[in-house]
Design a protein around this ligand. Sequence first.
Ligand SMILES: Nc1nc2c(c(=O)[nH]1)N[C@H]1C(S)=C(S)[C@@H](COP(=O)(O)O)O[C@H]1N2
Ligand SMILES: [Mo]
Length: 320
Amino acid sequence: MIIKTRKTSDVRSSEITPEHFFQQRRSIIKAAMASIAAWQLPAHALVEPQGNLPAIPNLKDSGIGGGLSPTEYKHVTSYNNFYEFGTGKDDPKKNSGAFKSRPWTISVEGECDAPGEIGIEDIFKLIDQEERVYRFRCVEAWAMVVPWAGFSLATLLKRFKPNSKAKYVVFETLVDKEMMPGTRRKILDWPYQEGLRIDEAMHPLSMLVTGVYGKELPAQNGAPLRLMVPWKYGFKSIKSIVKIKFVEKQPATTWETMAADEYGFYANVNPMVDHPRWTQAFHRNIGEGLFASRDETLMFNGYSDEVADLYRGMDLTKFY
Ligand SMILES: Nc1nc2c(c(=O)[nH]1)N[C@H]1C(S)=C(S)[C@@H](COP(=O)(O)O)O[C@H]1N2
Ligand SMILES: [Mo]
């Protein structure tokens, strides 16, 4: 595992204790046990496939989030944020008719020993698919429970052999003025860019998503490949990825560049730290209509046992 190759002089080496590895292993074991538990329940995590896109082959139940009941497909695919297709929630579905997710190549570069490119077909072929149901809360104080299909980000990253200088991972979205009408205007500083610390990226819950509800992703949800980091706010989960880069310094990210006082690099779901313009202690569930209840938001979106250790000793009001 990459973290082992860090030098003792690394700034963050203090966080990478043997206990840290133990904790990660423990959460994997816990996830495996949850998987067994979910398998015994009649409410299996694998959902009925929906939509008319190709089915995702070899889909397995990860057991993660098996107890949550998913938001309806029609809401998951029609209430979106994807500024490359416009800023309205219904714009991404409406304005993505010309979008083509094939052919598609992702280049992986920067601080790694085996930089290169990988085609989306190879990703689909080489990597076993898992289905995970995540509660995914967004910065706009709304939430959905989504059955994503995909695999651990770490599985892909390790193929490119990140070196000891790889402290962060940067992701970039495609910019195509023909297929993505929003990019004809300077709504954001294109390309959309996001980043994770390397230990966050290697965490088993960080996921590259290729499908939703058992079928390939529709354009509006980030076809053909998008990120999903379940303990972070929605904007970290970058869509339609074309580039992945290992870097030494904390990268600038799109929303942080736009409004640093509102959107930080970490963007961990945290009910104790409000957004300057709204509370982050509660959220509304999409699909419940006008009378939707406000639910309490949980620390790290409910994944504290798995991820709190990544941030031990950090002031999360400062590193928001
Ligand atoms: N390239 C790109 N990725 C993006 C965005 C975007 O505008 N462009 N919006 C983000 C935000 S703010 C959210 S809330 C999620 C929404 O994902 P969903 O539409 O699949 O629910 O995508 C994130 N990924
Ligand atoms: Mo968002």
